[in-house]
Ligand binder design. Structure first.
Ligand SMILES: NC(=O)C1=CN([C@@H]2O[C@H](COP(=O)(O)OP(=O)(O)OC[C@H]3O[C@@H](n4cnc5c(N)ncnc54)[C@H](OP(=O)(O)O)[C@@H]3O)[C@@H](O)[C@H]2O)C=CC1
Ligand SMILES: Nc1nc(=O)c2c([nH]1)NC[C@@H]1CN(c3ccc(C(=O)N[C@@H](CCC(=O)O)C(=O)O)cc3)C=[N+]21
Ligand SMILES: [Mg+2]
Length: 335
């Protein structure tokens, strides 16, 4: 065990030195990583810092955007459609607007009551489809009961589908040799974290827990595209724990608080925890705290890399949305 940890530390520090694209190249991060490696010998994982990585990527986006603005006198626009008054959705939408402002994306937003009809929602989407200042459209999910989610999502024009949820887009993602217009934000953020922390993917066993259209399925496709050997585990899978315990990379997206305990994790694995679950916490002023789908304490004692919740995949999702909006702007303006 000690040997494999020290080998991993060596690899990871070498990777940082060679890295040309990521956050971890700064000397501060490098020395932080060396400190982390000292801890790893005692069985503590390198914490994959999604908050810091997202902040660094936002800088990259802001720089590119400023250059394009100087050239075209235009800025990208993102429209977010929020229906109803779910507290969590309101939080995400606020956070998206704030991030847009930070990088220089113009945000558009429409908020409808939970009584809105499907036709009203479709009208909002149609107006954004027709608005040339809007390069990306996101309809916040879930929509209120009684609304046909699929019908609303299908109304978003393919050019502006920055969530990347359309069947056309998922099809492109699944087929070899094809390039999707937009890679779905959460899975794209997971891969970006693995790559920026130099976690090897090709030839590794990767297990994705969950098969939703928005997280599990596209995450599995992205890993497969990077030559991992991918297994998808879902609620009907037999021996899910045993399958996970053989994984070099685990992406957890099942939506159950701290469900995956230490015995689900292979020593030395990379654990990407997508889950966002609110659990009661009397000691917090809000009365709740957020936890992932993985038992962080137990898993971090076995893994070599792990994402925290909060501060892991969540901030990356929003950051990838900004990136996709910039991408859409470039595509739509022939840049
Ligand atoms: N950090 C972020 O940016 C984001 C976080 N999330 C979070 O990620 C989690 C997953 O979200 P989402 O994909 O939308 O969830 P869904 O509820 O749509 O899908 C959950 C998946 O997990 C599977 N599953 C459920 N229980 C088990 C189990 N015991 N063992 C194995 N598989 C199981 C389900 O199987 P089956 O198909 O058989 O029902 C399903 O495929 C949630 O916590 C959500 O809040 C979501 C989006 C973005
Ligand atoms: N059309 C659509 N696209 C989405 O991408 C989409 C969606 N609908 N519906 C809901 C899920 C969930 N999701 C999150 C985004 C950011 C955080 C995030 O930033 N989380 C912070 C904590 C935020 C907090 O404190 O509440 C963190 O993990 O650090 C979490 C979850 C996007 N989703
Ligand atoms: Mg769902």
């Amino acid at each position: 065990m000690a040997l494999s940890f020290s080998q991993a530390c060596h690899d990871s520090v070498a990777g940082l030195r060679n890295s040309t694209r990521g956050v971890p190249v700064t000397s501060r991060a490098r020395s932080a990583s060396l400190r982390v490696c000292a801890a790893a010998a005692e069985g503590t994982a390198t914490i994959i810092d999604g908050k810091m990585t997202a902040a660094a990527i936002r800088k990259e986006i802001a720089t590119e955007l400023a250059e394009l603005k100087a050239k075209t006198s235009k800025v990208p626009g993102l429209a977010v459609v929020l229906v109803g008054n779910r507290k969590d959705s309101e939080t995400y939408v606020r956070s998206k607007k704030k991030s847009c402002a930070e990088v220089g994306i113009e945000s558009f937003g429409t908020e409808l009551s939970d009584q809105a009809t499907e036709e009203e929602i479709l009208k909002v989407v149609a107006d954004y489809n027709a608005n040339p200042a809007v390069n990306g459209i996101l309809v916040q999910l879930p929509l209120p009961k009684g609304i046909n989610e699929q019908r609303v999502l299908d109304a978003i024009s393919l050019e502006k589908d920055v969530d990347g949820f359309s069947p056309e887009n998922i099809g492109q993602l699944a087929m070899r040799g094809r390039t999707p217009r937009f890679v779905p934000c959460t899975p794209k953020g997971c891969i970006e974290l693995l790559e920026r922390y130099n976690v090897p993917i090709a030839g590794k066993n990767a297990v994705v827990v969950g098969r939703s259209n928005i997280v599990g399925l596209p995450a599995a496709l992205l890993l497969q595209n990077r030559d991992a050997t991918v297994t998808i585990v879902h609620s009907r899978t037999k021996d899910a724990q045993k399958i996970c315990a053989d994984a070099d990379i685990v992406i957890a997206a099942l939506g159950k608080a701290e469900f995956m305990t230490g015995d689900w994790i292979k020593p030395g694995a990379a654990v990407i925890d997508v889950g966002i679950n609110a659990v009661d916490d009397k000691t917090s002023p809000k009365g709740y705290k957020l936890v992932g789908d993985v038992n962080y304490k137990e898993a971090s004692a076995k893994a070599n890399w792990i994402t925290p919740v909060p501060g892991g995949v969540g901030p990356m999702t929003i950051c990838m949305l900004l990136k996709n909006t910039l991408e859409g702007f470039k595509q739509q303006n022939g840049l």
